[in-house]
Write a protein that binds this ligand. Structure first.
Ligand SMILES: Cc1cc2nc3c(=O)[nH]c(=O)nc-3n(C[C@H](O)[C@H](O)[C@H](O)COP(=O)(O)OP(=O)(O)OC[C@H]3O[C@@H](n4cnc5c(N)ncnc54)[C@H](O)[C@@H]3O)c2cc1C
Length: 136
């Protein structure tokens, strides 16, 4: 049987240089939810990232993980969607210039480090953010 040479396209992500990062956690819920986050990142010219839970769920690859055992980032803008703000995650994103958090739980620890907090369901909030950015 002849051997076939297959070249796999691999884009490794260097999140440390991103100016805008849109990150998702367990609250995103599924792969489809991450597509909306990708759209938001794209509208802002940014990159996508996630928590360890998002990686473990298979919604995003491990090279996109932010935190103690992932990458450390310091973008101008970090938008955390459906992320509780565990210390291991915060360790990797605390130095972001501005942090926006979207979480339906007003007591989520991420709000303690956020410059702006939106209490709500990200499935409602993220599409509205995309709409606003596109029309601006
Ligand atoms: C040694 C060690 C190393 C670790 N390293 C890392 C690391 O590098 N990076 C990392 O991220 N974690 C790491 N972790 C895991 C960390 O402790 C947390 O478990 C993890 O960060 C939690 O991820 P999460 O915020 O996605 O999930 P959760 O803590 O489950 O939070 C989900 C959040 O989503 C919200 N939510 C749910 N549905 C919605 C909705 N529809 N709209 C809006 N909000 C919603 C909830 O209110 C909740 O606050 C590590 C743990 C250990 C022990």
């Amino acid at each position: 049987m002849p051997l076939e040479l297959v070249t796999e396209e691999k884009r490794s992500v260097n999140l440390s240089e991103a100016r805008v990062i849109v990150a998702g956690g367990r609250g995103v819920g599924n792969q489809e939810g991450f597509e909306a986050l990708r759209e938001l990142a794209s509208a802002l010219g940014g990159e996508i990232a996630g928590t360890r839970v998002a990686v473990e769920e298979g919604w995003i690859s491990a090279d996109h993980q932010v935190g103690q055992t992932g990458q450390s980032v310091r973008p101008e803008l970090y938008i955390a969607c459906g992320i509780s703000g565990a210390i291991q995650h915060r360790a990797g994103m605390m130095d972001s210039r501005y942090i926006v958090a979207v979480n339906r739980d007003p007591r989520a620890p991420i709000f303690q480090v956020a410059d702006w907090g939106i209490v709500g369901d990200l499935h409602d909030v993220v599409p509205r953010m995309i709409e606003q950015i596109r029309s601006a």
